[in-house]
Design a protein around this ligand. Sequence first.
Ligand SMILES: Cc1ncc(COP(=O)(O)O)c(C=O)c1O
Length: 488
Amino acid sequence: MKKPESPVMEAEFDLSVLPEFNFTEIIDEVLRNRTNDPIVIASRAKDLAAMLPDKLPAAGAPIKEVLERLNNLLSNHCRRTTHPGFFGYVASGGLPVDPFSHALVAALNQNVVGYPGAPAAATIEQTVIKWLCEYAGYPEQADGVFLSGGSIANLTALSVAIASCVGSDIRRVGLAQACDGKRPVILCSTATHFSIQRAAAMLGVGTDNVISVETDDCNRVRMDRLEEQFQYDHTVLCVVANAGSTTTGAVDPLADIADLCSAHSTWLHVDAAYGGGALLCPELRHLFNGIDRADSISMDLHKWFFNAIDSSVLLYRNPSAAREFFYESSDYILFPPDGPPEQHMFFHLGPELSRRFRALPAFMAFCHYGAEAMGRNIFHNVECARYLAELVDYDDNLEIVASPQLSIVTFRFIDKFLSAVQIDLVNERIREEIEKQGQFLMSATRLQGRPVLRVCIVNHATRSIHIEGLIDTVLELGQKSAKEFHLQ
Ligand SMILES: Cc1ncc(COP(=O)(O)O)c(C=O)c1O
């Protein structure tokens, strides 16, 4: 028999591409352009697709050439969330340290399944989780896990809440059998983010079984209505409270909800995906009284902690329910959930197995800027929102729809000679025209069935000058559009 020959391969993927371009220069240019260029340029999907190779390239090209080919697409067709006039959705601009920390994540390429495979990464992740648990007022035993975003954090929290309510046997027997034929329901408010509905659909609870309880004038859940729900003969799987609702930034009465949940031994999940950053502000902490009594809390670092996407945490006051639910041994990962710290596994606390080193950018951001400076920037966003509300109050052509509780303001342009329908049309036009002009962006949203102008300020670069600029633009466009109706 012939001796096997060893296969030969020249090194093709090596470091030689790196000297071809200056990483810092490229990043610097992206960051510098954040105010010069329009936030978004309208485009057609097929025109953008035409800028890219139709087929998977068979042969490679120098990285410089690849970047040049992408130049038009990336320079002109990435929505600039970094722009200080970007007020849409809940989208922070990212931090200047992020391009560096995310590059480091890629270079280190840690698979953060747990401590044994990624000791440094696991230690950093557990440290950041511990810091955030302390900010939430959680006890020593608390734990948590980094995930990709608020939707996944909410989904994960609900899966643990359900197991905690009906028993972790649910993994085997399913929801119907675990609930003994009673209707399983999730209680939240009409202001709750739609990720809860999606989670209910994914977990087999069903969206019909998400009960969205009425809110008060400040868009906070009505306690009387929430309490009422416990009188019915259904199984309350979990209550979801808002700590910063998406549309208006409403913070539910967390302490009252915690009282209600503990009286009924019901899991309380607080969705602080947006509002969580405000825990860093001493001036705002009182709004979150009671958050330390939640069984789980989701917080997006890529929202009001200013971090670049994707970075979210799910915290558990007592992680044992999660550990019991997620623990599943396999033939190659044998560590039990109650093992020593050197056997810590993140998949005992959430659904992911292979995970990137998400905690590094958060760690670097906290260490580089410090919690106090982050808190000051977050509070400045709140001051900008309050200033905007004052400017709205001051002008006869503007009216507040929901005053800011955190850093979201909803308002509209008004004109006493126009009907409600015409006013709605004017406001829709204002929003669309502003987006076309490119110096500001507000996302489309409705309150009480009517379109409103919604400004969400979660960018550390936003200053009062941008607020004044937005108000001037809204007034100018509103008056122009109203005049067209006057002339009809
Ligand atoms: C209150 C709230 N919860 C959850 C989410 C979903 O977060 P993500 O987009 O990170 O999945 C959002 C998104 O805006 C939100 O505002």
